[in-house]
Design a protein around this ligand. Structure first.
Ligand code: 6CS
Ligand code: FE
Length: 273
């Protein structure tokens, strides 16, 4: 499960790395079946689209042992440590659902500006890993990426056409996020580097850098696109925003390095599957 030198080199050059068939159908099925148990009614951890469908469920590990085991899985933690180059803890954990015919877009953005400005994390020494719970392609809202843009640092933000609907942390989580990429810059980099669509069957994973430009479309198919996202941070790079810190379900506060790794999320009785 350690990444090869070639995989690390590809990630460092491009800002992302997709690995197919990384989780078994049994593991994906277990995570998918557990989803309803992670989003209790009226929880602040559950972010809804304007149309009422679930957009994100944050911190599923707060209520689910299976999701807690996933966050400590060797197949995720060991590559994340390699990419970050240090011991890691979990900064953010969510399931981004893009329900069929309901899931809205994520405008072109970088993730690190939110963690830098909202949480006070000083350096981009983080890595996100996305686990596909369903077959995902351009039709049902696969992530689009512009390779190599992770090398640009935090870039110029677009000027929003209309004032933000909310001033609270939802302006970082809704389909109208506050920090998006300047459109002139977006066009320049799209022409220069191209746009990659990170399609993958269920069980694929995508490691990606906090500064890479990425976006995803609305889901116009009747097929859901649920994806688990874990963001690991270097233990030497914690949030410094103590004045008005975001809730713990958005910015983790357990800075202990993840050790004693899980070797499977399946319980013993299922591990033969
Ligand atoms: O604010 C945050 O932490 C979340 N918002 C976005 C747009 N990406 C990073 C993260 O998931
Ligand atoms: Fe993002």
């Amino acid at each position: 499960m350690k990444l090869s030198n070639e995989q690390i080199a590809f990630y460092n050059e491009n800002g992302y790395l997709k690995i197919d068939n990384y989780f078994s159908p049994a593991e994906v099925g277990m995570l998918y079946n557990e989803l309803p148990h992670t989003c209790e009614e009226n929880s602040p951890r559950v972010i809804l689209e304007d149309n009422g469908s679930v957009r994100s469920v944050f911190a599923p590990h707060f209520v689910s042992e299976i999701y807690h085991r996933l966050s400590r899985l060797d197949r995720l933690v060991i590559p994340a440590r390699q990419i970050v180059g240090n011991k890691i803890y979990l900064h953010q954990y969510k399931v981004n659902s893009k329900k069929g015919l309901k899931g809205e877009w994520w405008e072109w953005h970088q993730d690190f500006p939110y963690w830098h400005i909202d949480d006070g994390i000083r350096n981009p020494d983080l890595v996100s890993v996305m686990l596909y719970l369903q077959d995902t392609d351009s039709s049902n809202g696969a992530l689009m990426l512009i390779p190599k843009t992770h090398k640009l640092g935090i870039v110029k933000f677009a000027v929003k056409d209309s004032p933000q609907k909310t001033k609270d942390y939802l302006s970082s989580l809704s389909s109208d996020i506050k920090f998006t990429v300047d459109h002139k810059l977006l066009k320049e980099l799209s022409l220069a580097n191209g746009i990659v669509t990170a399609s993958g069957k269920k069980g694929s994973v995508l490691f990606f850098h906090g500064n890479i430009f990425h976006a995803s479309n609305t889901n116009l198919t009747p097929f859901d696109r649920d994806a688990v996202l874990l963001t690991y941070n270097s233990i030497d790079n914690p949030p410094t925003n103590s004045l008005n810190p975001r809730p713990e379900f958005l910015a983790g506060r357990n800075f202990e390095p993840i050790e004693q790794l899980e070797t499977s999320i399946l319980y013993a009785e299922h591990q033969h599957e």
